[in-house]
Design a protein around this ligand. Structure first.
Ligand code: SF4
Ligand code: SF4
Length: 182
């Protein structure tokens, strides 16, 4: 996926050799679910229908391509993870290639994830690691298993504690009556 909308891309970074979003992203126009290779992907090379690919593919770039603050460590081809930002949900998503399940627990990744999560939580946002439909909320001091949370509402709660602000993250059904109270 990628490589056409020339907006706010980090100079010097390319998709060359990486097609991981063509596996991990959902593509509604093609009825392609998350986590399976798109039938149009030449894995590691590119899109074989590049000129006519769906608009959602055309405009997609992962955070590695668009965010200067995301270091080379997160290059999807090497990390086996694709980071995206959902501004309307104030959320960073980390989609993990399930062939490399648990890779995010490696301290070289978990440490920066905790720092990023801290920044998101201060804005009542969240950082969720997704392995398939299974979500794990990252907090500065722990992880919270959200279960099969992909289609649920992620709710972030904070309160003053003896050591500063304390956070909790839960996944609620979208018709949960508590959602009308927040
Ligand atoms: S259509 Fe092309 S860009 Fe879109 S997911 Fe498939 S291979 Fe990737
Ligand atoms: S995951 Fe990111 S770096 Fe890899 S092909 Fe997609 S947009 Fe490019």
């Amino acid at each position: 996926m990628a490589e056409s909308l020339e907006t706010a891309l980090v100079p010097g970074r390319t998709c060359d050799g990486c097609t991981l979003c063509c596996k991990l992203a959902e593509v509604k126009a093609l009825a392609k679910p998350m986590g399976v290779w798109c039938k149009h992907c030449d894995v590691g090379a590119g899109c074989v229908i590049y000129e006519t690919r769906p608009r959602e593919c055309e405009v997609f770039y992962c955070l590695y391509r668009t965010a200067k603050g995301i270091s080379e460590l997160w290059r999807p081809r090497d990390s086996h993870m694709v980071m995206t930002h959902e501004p309307q949900a104030t959320r960073i998503n980390v989609w993990v290639d399930t062939e490399f399940s648990g890779v995010w627990r490696n301290p070289q990744y978990l440490r920066p994830l905790r720092q990023l999560a801290q920044n998101m939580l201060r804005r009542r946002g969240s950082l969720i690691v997704w392995e398939g439909n299974h979500g794990t909320a990252i907090l500065p001091d722990r992880e919270i298993n959200l279960g099969l949370a992909m289609h649920k509402q992620i709710v972030v709660m904070g309160r003053d504690g003896p050591n500063g602000e304390e956070y909790n993250v839960e996944a609620w059904e979208r018709d949960d009556p508590r959602l009308t109270q927040i």
